[in-house]
Design a protein around this ligand. Structure first.
Ligand code: S3P
Ligand code: PEP
Length: 440
């Protein structure tokens, strides 16, 4: 039976976006800073012993919401000097966290999961809400954990209220983080400010997106916070000072994936400059995924260079660790030489939308053949026709529609502006890539 993705999204404003087709191009595509790194940097900088400068941050809806949340709690987050680069730096000036305040999470998982543990260390009443669709995202485990750690929180999902009275006791808490790694990351990021620190123990089916927890641990250590992650499913943060943030933000590799997929699908080539050789970002997994599909992937100086080879092999992949790549990968598998299977991603049902239902439904809407499984998707390539590819308020659904549209005339994305969640001006960047801007 066809399922329709859960969506309370508001009626889409404006005209649908006609996805351009392409028969190949050569382009250099710089991508802005990482969402995941930027929002970790902001949360840590707000707790630091002195001012921080966050260089090369992502400036998008998710990160502007995090900056606005910190300002609402009394922490100035100011523009740094304008050096002409896109990701204008942020200067964060730590100050006592106070309510009353209202925090808008939008649809950002990082804001709704990272901010409440910080808010619990403030003083005053803090009301937290977000987009209608955000109210459907799993939150209960984090809010229960905060209560167990001594915080006063009313509610089990957005909207909820934190009645803060200075740093809670903290201590040891058990929670089921199988719905989102962000439950763990959020608690760890503010744990140094709890009186006894925090030890988080996961109990339940495997935690998804473990590289994102490794990123959290790396971020904490970079500001001098002591973290013990030596035991599986257990993370312990000691109480103590947080040093100012100083690490430049890496480019967002997940945001790079639709552009790399475009090269793979059209026989074109794309270079993404400043691709880190070592990183905790999930998006780095695209190198192995494209290679497994038969695409030419190589280093070119400081850039990653991807070129289509005219063939795309089918894949059987466990994306449990790198679930946010699924929409891009599905777009690619639609054009592979046989059926593909994607596994380990049941938790995507709690992302911006139910991504498994949205992807299967959108593929079928273009005449394709995709089915949900209990923990993923099966995609069987067949000729597609044009039609509407709804974004379901989900930035990665929108960018996946752009990828599909490269090979299928007449694909329309109902709301391309939803890409502003993590990648402002996506449509302009896409057009520039197809025009071969910056090609070498
Ligand atoms: O911590 C982070 O920055 C993120 C963790 C992951 O969340 P889930 O564990 O909920 O998949 C990922 O999908 C999301 O895009 C960003
Ligand atoms: C799951 C994602 O986002 P969020 O940070 O809102 O969970 C994503 O960007 O793919």
């Amino acid at each position: 039976m066809d399922r329709v993705p859960t969506s309370t999204q508001q009626p889409v404003r404006g005209e649908p976006w006609a996805a351009p087709t392409s028969a190949g191009f050569a382009a250099t595509v710089p991508v802005p800073g990482s969402k995941s790194w930027t929002n970790r940097a902001l949360v840590l900088a707000a707790q630091a012993t002195g001012p921080s400068e966050i260089r090369g941050p992502l400036r998008s809806r998710d990160t502007e919401l995090m900056a606005a949340a910190l300002r609402a709690l009394g922490v100035p987050v100011q523009d740094g000097p304008d050096d002409g680069t896109e990701g204008r730096s942020w200067r964060v000036l730590p100050a006592p966290l106070t309510g009353p305040a209202t925090v808008d999470c939008g649809l950002a998982g990082t804001v709704m999961r990272f901010l409440p543990p910080l808010a619990a260390t403030a003083r005053g009443r803090i009301t937290v809400d977000g987009d209608p669709q955000a109210r459907l995202r799993p939150m209960g485990a984090v809010l229960d954990a905060l209560r167990a750690l001594g915080a006063r929180v009313t509610g089990d999902a957005l909207p909820f209220v934190v009645d803060a009275d200075g740093p809670p006791a903290g201590g040891h808490v058990r929670l089921d983080a199988s719905a989102s790694s962000q439950f763990v990351s959020g608690l760890l990021l503010s744990a140094a400010g709890y009186r006894d620190g925090i030890t988080v123990e996961h109990v339940g089916p495997p935690v998804p997106s473990l590289p994102h927890i490794a990123m959290t641990v790396a971020a904490l250590r970079s500001v001098g916070v002591e973290v013990d992650d030596s035991r599986r499913d257990r993370w312990s943060v000691a109480p103590g000072p947080v040093a100012p943030w100083s690490t430049p933000i890496e480019p967002d590799l997940s945001n790079a994936t639709p552009f790399l997929a475009a090269a793979a699908l059209t026989g074109g080539s794309v270079r993404v400059p400043w691709w880190p050789r070592r990183t905790t970002q999930a998006g780095d997994a695209i190198r192995d995924i494209l290679t497994a599909m038969g695409v030419d992937v190589r280093w070119d100086g400081d850039a990653l260079a991807v070129a289509g080879t005219g063939r795309l092999e089918p894949v059987d992949l466990d994306l449990h660790d790198v679930g946010e790549l699924t929409p891009t990968v599905v777009a690619l598998t639609l054009f592979a030489s046989g059926p593909s299977r994607l596994r380990g991603i049941a938790h995507l049902r709690g992302h911006e939308t139910d991504r498994l239902a949205a992807l299967a439904g959108n593929v079928r809407g273009l005449g394709g053949d995709a089915d949900e499984t209990p923990d993923g998707l099966v995609v069987r390539p067949r000729p597609l026709h044009g039609g509407m590819w709804p974004a379901w308020a989900d930035h990665r659904m929108a960018t996946a529609g752009a990828v599909v549209g490269l090979r299928v005339p007449g694909v329309l994305v109902d709301d391309i502006t939803t890409t502003g969640k993590t990648l402002p001006h996506f449509d302009r960047r896409w057009a520039a890539m197809l025009a071969g801007d910056g090609a070498r």
